[in-house]
Design a protein around this ligand. Structure first.
Ligand SMILES: Cc1cc2nc3c(=O)[nH]c(=O)nc-3n(C[C@H](O)[C@H](O)[C@H](O)COP(=O)(O)O)c2cc1C
Ligand SMILES: CCCCCCC(=O)C(=O)O
Length: 357
């Protein structure tokens, strides 16, 4: 079967994954309004293409946190890759290494960070951190990933509690016993066991985290800190004031607060407030190369894909994720050329038709 676009991978994954796994990956919170709007919002944005600009040569390279990547699309942190493919996150890491882009490993990976680094030793990686009530657990993983050569910490701030995902409740979704959150295997003591969420002891993440914990994190690491889950200019300003190095504009793929904005709709106010002081990235609803172009035109330095990477894994493991990334790269290059841009530096707000927003 020829895979032509990312939705081909979605259809394949839906057909071949178990219902409970598919539902978990697809889930949005409550009525899924924000999840669905993440995609619809791109379709409301129209481009203003420029012509006769000699696009015979085009260059999709960019940099994130000072490191060059081959094109401005990386992999967002998503949990439990071994549900989609037996090699799980190791396959994802190899694919991103091959395509020379950034892979954000989830706290909830089903391969350990050591296994991931061994699988793709030359890959460019950031680590996504959830803050535990037991700060020693978080501190331990931060030191582990720093020693392993991860290049940044992505602090996810939109999960004080897990969003209400209706099908996961109906399916009583949980990680099957043969799979583990490997980074913490054996770390949760039996006495900590009680109510579970997704087969993981519940109430382990700390809902009391606040801005002062950014200072705490800075005190235990020298890695750049990127805050994931900001949707307003007020919080973007606070992030800059707290000295972080980047922001990922994100609503967690619509899995947390239902009724919040599509991430692309939240981008402009954040870009206007930050005024280039730190890098701004975005995830949520990126499915085509022209979505990438629109996000960059509105000020994102790089975007990240969540579900499409998992669909690629479900299709053919490492090869499937490579195909997903390659298709997005090809589509992005074409959209750039068709709108008169030869390189990412030429992408700017003039490409967006604001009267239609
Ligand atoms: C199945 C699944 C698991 C996720 N797990 C995590 C996670 O462990 N940590 C995190 O910060 N975000 C997690 N996210 C959110 C993603 O990082 C990202 O924000 C979202 O998937 C982007 O939207 P997209 O799927 O439309 O590309 C998860 C998303 C999905 C779909
Ligand atoms: C016990 C909390 C599990 C969260 C799992 C990963 C995640 O962020 C998701 O959206 O799913």
């Amino acid at each position: 079967m020829a895979m032509v676009c990312l939705t081909d991978f979605e259809e394949y994954a839906k057909e071949h994954l178990s219902k409970a796994t598919w539902d978990y990956y697809a889930a949005g919170a409550d009525e899924c309004c924000t999840r669905d709007d993440n995609l619809l919002a791109y379709k409301r944005i129209r481009l203003r293409p420029r012509i006769l600009r000699d696009v015979s040569v085009s260059d999709t390279r960019t940099t994130v946190q000072g490191t060059e990547i081959s094109f401005p699309v990386g992999i967002a942190p998503t949990a439990f890759h071994c549900l989609a493919w037996h090699e799980g996150e190791m396959a994802t890491a190899r694919a991103t290494e091959a395509l020379n882009t950034c892979y954000i490993t989830s706290t909830y990976s089903t391969c350990s960070v050591e296994e991931i680094v061994a699988a793709a030793p030359n890959g460019y990686r950031w680590f996504q951190l959830y803050v535990y009530r037991d700060r020693k657990l978080s501190e331990h993983i931060v030191h582990r990933v720093e020693a392993l050569g991860y290049k940044a910490l992505v602090l996810t701030v939109d999960v004080p509690y897990t969003g209400k995902r209706r099908n996961d409740i109906r399916n009583q979704f949980k990680l099957p016993p043969h799979l583990k959150v490997k980074n913490f295997d054996g770390v949760f003591q039996p006495e900590a066991a009680g109510p579970e969420e997704y087969g993981i002891p519940a109430n382990t993440l700390d809902p009391s985290i606040s801005w002062k914990d950014v200072y705490w994190l800075q005190s235990i690491t020298r890695l750049p800190i990127i805050i994931k889950g900001i949707l307003t200019k007020e919080d973007a300003e606070l992030a800059v004031e707290h000295g972080v190095q980047g922001i990922i504009v994100s609503n967690h793929g619509g899995r947390q607060l239902d009724g919040g904005p599509a991430s692309i709709d939240a981008l402009s106010e954040i870009v206007d407030t930050v005024q280039g002081r730190i890098e701004i990235y975005l995830d949520g609803g990126i499915r085509t190369g022209s979505d990438v172009l629109k996000a960059l035109a509105l000020g994102a330095k790089c975007v990240f894909i969540g579900r499409p990477a998992v669909w690629g894994l479900a299709y053919k493991g490492e090869e499937g994720v490579r195909e997903v990334l390659q298709i997005l790269n090809d589509e992005f290059r074409l959209s750039m050329a068709l709108s008169g841009c030869r390189n990412v530096a030429e992408i700017n707000r003039n490409l967006i038709q604001f009267s239609k927003l």
